[in-house]
Design a protein around this ligand. Sequence first.
Ligand code: UD1
Ligand code: CA
Length: 522
Amino acid sequence: RVSFTMMKKRKMEEIIFPSAEGFMSKTAASPIAFIILAAGLGTRMKSSTPKMLHELCGRSMLSHAVHAAAGVSPHHIVVVTGHQRERVQQAVADIAEELNRPVLTAVQEEQNGTGHAVMCGLSALPEDFTGTILVTTSDVPMLDSATLHDLLDVHDQHPRPAVTVLTATVPDPTGYGRIVRNSNGEVLSIVEQADASEDEKVINEVNSGVYAFDATQLRRSLELLDTNNEQGELYLTDVISIARQADRPVRAHRLDDAFVVAGVNNRVQMAEVAAEMNRRILTHWMTEGVTIVDPLNTWIDVDVELSRDVTILPGCQLHGTTTVAEGATIGPDCSLTNITVGRDAEVVRAHGSDAVIGDGATVGPWAYLRPGTNLGPESKMGTFTEMKNATIGRGTKVPHLSYVGDATVGEYSNIGAASVFVNYDGVHKHHTTIGSHVRMGSDTMYVAPVTVGDGVYSGAGTVIRRDVPPGALTYSDAPQRIVKDWVLDHRAGTAAATAATQAQAETAATEPDNDSAENSAE
Ligand code: UD1
Ligand code: CA
């Protein structure tokens, strides 16, 4: 009997090896639930923000984890919360809304270890749930749905094991649980850093903290956990040796690409993982036909969408849901968050968020697009210009040194340099409406609320307080005065006075006296 069991066990264990994978037959897919561990404090981050809410490449680590899980379309996702649970639960609710699917939460009152955290997670699942439980953590941000699909495929091979653990071989295994195998390569146990012997510490195949469990087996094994270890915790990793002792098969799925399961425990690791994730995002877009001139100085978030023949010049950060259409050029030095950039647009040294840049529009250099800026096709938002809640029509230009706030401007109009939309009376914001084909002079103030009709012209320095009807000329005619020789009288001895005296002498030498009454001081 013993030898039969041994043989049976051997046969089951052989399927651990990738070389034998071809012999595995796939069993029917079973219901899937995810338990994502996110109760820990993340002490090593030294932060008032819980570790899993720190962001990289446009998502919190928790959000990366939930997105990866959701990509497998599981029946249930449970996030186990503990430290700062109100904040974490709010974040879970936001992610669930974004994904448009339910995500449950469970509470682990005291952090008694990963095994205990999974027990808490199970309490949020239906009691009669049978099938596969995937456990992941909220500090492995590069873990993706494709890897989880592969793990499930390996786990679903007949005979279905008690647990399949995702492992990787790393150059420096410090801090990770080590995968202990026997001479036949069968997985025997996982030994934590704190509990590892010197021999075990040199093992460089590590536990990713990601597993697929048979739900029924998991419940049974968790009851057998104890705290007889260095950290006095209930280790989830002990489920491996418990399954082995119960003659249940255990499988390992070893990844070639260790970065996918790189854990983040401190800010150094977070920067390393962010750099790698960003590098992969850029590689993806370059293979899709985007020119990225300086990949080391370009940051693109996961949810950004780019099209063919987009060019990204050095020093750009594209964040959030920014999209860039075909042929557009961004940079150098742009920082765009949730901005829609149209075809063939050119955006140079611009900073902004929640705005639309139309097809063929040009922006910058040095432009600030605040929320609600909507630049029409072929329009221009020029140098040192700030806009907010402003709709600029097709072909309209705001070329230099202007502030456009709370405004609607029609088509093919020209807003002169140094114009200000005076939208704030100290209490309320007001709107300015300007028509099409207007030619507004430089240094015009639009004191809102005010309306300027189609085809209006205005003089330089106009303060527009009253509505201007279509086709009118408007100007402010405060008199210009000239006080002759004021500089000579009041600033004698200055360079200006000397220059003026010299110019007067030269004029007197070449021209007769040209004094006239109109130019005299009053
Ligand atoms: C854990 C594994 C280790 C593995 C590593 C991979 C155990 C005992 N060790 O170690 O084998 O190599 O992950 O990154 O499982 N958590 C809770 N409640 C707790 C304790 C932890 O929810 O009581 C959560 C944490 O928030 C975190 C995850 O579980 O998301 C892992 O905890 P952490 O303390 O980072 O474990 P490691 O020491 O990294
Ligand atoms: Ca960890």
